[in-house]
Design a protein around this ligand. Structure first.
Ligand SMILES: *Cc1c(COP(=O)(O)O)cnc(C)c1O
Length: 385
């Protein structure tokens, strides 16, 4: 057994990141400024998006987007229930109605067939989630939406898991509107942070305004370093800007993204090889369309019948052997608030529920070693024996 606890995720912070943050700390300007602007530009270069807005979190980005699209009472937003709770919470807080769509049982992603039945005259927004580093089949989703030409249905990709993911030869983020997260477990981190990417200039300008009090300008004039004294409130806004401390960290992390994701992929092939003989453990399927996986998470499902225990017990037994795991995610429609407020219940979304009871994310991060993969496999075998 391992003598030290192995977390399911850990950020990779080198001396370069530390130096970059110290440089900002000692520069005299630590909040939103030229590092944030540089980080936005580098994200545009990397993903191919037209414009990017650096934010304090992906959740903040989603909040601003709902505001920018004027989503409120009477509007419906289609989202998987297999997503992070922040999305659904924000829809409800905006006064709109979340409409849950079931997922593909093997990839955990929204399918066009299930989407079709959920679109109504009230549908305003659809939020596909790129899952675990795999890309959603966006062409099919866009095609489905184009079948409703009289309706203004917006698509916003939840790309929290998808930094470095490519779909049919193009990076996620390069087309349409996507929101990335830089929370410490994501493929790159800024401590906390998010990036709103879009090819819609009008929307980008609205997001820039909403992220900083509704002022027409940033706090930092990117060229003169002086506040624009004539700044006027153009509409009430929020305060969701990214600091330069965070952006400096993000710039170094972004320069390492391809190396990070290569390492993740290597560890996953090792995992796949070693778990293939363990019949109680079922990995997710990789979609068959052309895609580059960024392996944000290595998610497996426990065959609870064969294992003779439920997933939570299995996780606890791994934890007792110093192996950390995570759940991404427990179905949102089965969470206490939603079952009470929206009368959502089991049976509504069979594939979501089946996975919600069985999924767990095994340790995976760029600094993980092959020996550590072995120790995870060994612990799994022990628990199942
Ligand atoms: C992490 C995550 C978010 C939220 O990101 P934050 O930056 O923490 O707000 C949203 N959606 C998914 C799918 C996530 O995994």
């Amino acid at each position: 057994m391992r003598s030290e606890f192995l977390p399911f995720s850990r950020p990779s912070i080198s001396q370069k990141e530390i130096d970059a943050v110290i440089e900002v700390l000692t520069s005299g300007w630590i909040t939103t400024g030229k590092k944030s602007a540089q980080f936005e530009q580098k994200i545009c270069d990397y993903t191919g998006c037209t414009g990017a807005v650096a934010l304090c979190s992906a959740t903040g980005g989603m909040h601003l987007l709902l505001k920018a699209l004027d989503i409120g009472p009477g509007d419906e937003v289609i989202t998987p229930s297999m997503t992070w709770v922040s999305t659904v919470n924000l829809i409800v807080l905006a006064g709109a109605t979340p409409v849950f769509v079931d997922i593909d049982r093997e990839t955990l992603m929204m399918k066009a067939e299930s989407l079709e039945g959920k679109i109504t005259p009230r549908t305003r927004l659809i939020i596909p989630v790129h899952f675990a580093g795999a890309a959603v089949d966006m062409d099919i989703i866009r095609q489905t939406v184009s079948g409703y030409p009289d309706q203004d249905i917006f698509i916003a990709e939840d790309a929290a898991h998808a930094m470095g993911t490519e779909y049919k030869g193009e990076p996620v983020g390069c087309k349409g509107t996507s929101i990335f997260s830089f929370h410490p477990i994501k493929n790159i981190t800024t401590g906390e942070g998010g990036m709103f990417c879009s090819d819609d200039d009008k929307l980008l300008n609205r997001m820039r305004r909403l992220k900083f009090h509704g002022l027409g300008v940033d706090a930092y004039d990117r060229h003169t370093q002086s506040r624009a004294p004539q700044a006027q409130v153009l509409e009430p806004g929020y305060k969701y800007n990214m600091t330069d401390l965070a952006a400096a960290l993000g710039l170094v992390q972004l320069s390492r993204i391809d190396a990070f994701n290569r390492k993740r992929a290597e560890l996953v092939s090792l995992y796949l090889e070693k778990i293939s003989g363990i019949h109680e453990i079922l990995p997710l399927a990789v979609p068959s369309y052309e895609m580059k996986h960024s392996w944000h998470l290595f998610i497996v499902r426990l065959d609870i019948e064969k294992a003779g225990m439920d997933r939570d017990e299995f996780m606890q037994k791994l934890k007792d052997r110093n192996i950390g795991t995570g759940i991404h995610f427990r179905a949102v429609h089965l969470q206490k608030y939603y079952t009470e407020a929206m009368q959502t219940r089991r049976g509504m979304l069979p594939h979501t529920e089946w996975n919600s009871d069985r999924i767990l994310s095994l340790p995976l991060f760029p600094d993980m070693t092959e020996k550590e993969v072995d120790s995870v496999i060994e612990a799994i075998k022990e628990v199942l024996s």
